[in-house]
Design a protein around this ligand. Sequence first.
Ligand code: ADP
Ligand code: MG
Length: 311
Amino acid sequence: MRVLLALGGNAMTNADGRARPEDQIAAAGVAMAAVADLLQHDVEVVITHGNGPQVGNLLVKNELAAAVVPPVPLDWCGAQTQGTLGFVLMDALDAALAERGVDRRTATVVTRTLVASNDDGFTHPTKPIGRYLPADEAALLIEHGETWEDRGEKGWRRVVASPEPLQILDAPAARALVDAGFVVVANGGGGIPVVRDHDGTLRGVEAVIDKDLGAALLARTVDADVLVIGTDVPHAVLHYGTPEAADVGTVTAAEMRAYAAEGHFASGSMGPKVDAACRFVEQGGSRAVITDLAHLAVAITGSAGTVVVPN
Ligand code: ADP
Ligand code: MG
């Protein structure tokens, strides 16, 4: 069985969202212990991961150091975090595998993902990134062509495009590695967003791709049987945070779409996970699971979490 595991921010930072190197290494250790348990069964695993806090940290460095070293564009930040997080995850996974006496090799693929240059997101950016700044500092960056929004008391925040992932361009490399028996880390942060120019060349763009939507596409592209979206809650929940809260168990994609249309899943968090789970099974995947790391092994071998199945 081939599993695509998408890890959320909590697998890479500590519980309060801090992302010091030691926090990231500790969180990766916990997540990769769960993956190593899984690898004791006869499964092939491709891992993808978020990178929000890590890119946020790089953006602050860009701002603070701009007078001394040239700031790097957002697509470079994506590439850098794919490399660093891939390294941290491989170290953690190698250690967890060695502890269990499991002989599997790991690899990370720097992954570009094609988006459309006319994606709506480029004219109407919606994805908030980086830290809040006071109005005067935001005004300076607006003069440099960035889009910033007034978020009230907290200050101003930069918003960028979150375009639809169209094609995971480096998926064939990930696929070749998983076919050869590697545990592969790929498409971190949803992939490095690139557009294709008229002459056919690729060019990175200032955008971030939703990592769950990227994961759904990667899962289809590497022919995964199961997409597991590992987050910090064991289920998607109806009437979340109210006295009527109810866990979603096993549902069809159509049922899940209907719940989503009723507004049960917040747009910046659970919403894209539900969308990704539905897309995967609508496009031929056999099962998508949304759950936390503690339920990972059960999610694969039995039933745990929110399970989306074909209609
Ligand atoms: P990750 O960082 O793992 O990608 P997010 O933090 O973006 O995950 O999304 C997970 C969060 O979504 C949960 O911690 C929870 O607070 C929130 N959430 C919003 N709506 C729901 C819902 N209907 N059911 C469960 N969790 C929800
Ligand atoms: Mg989170």
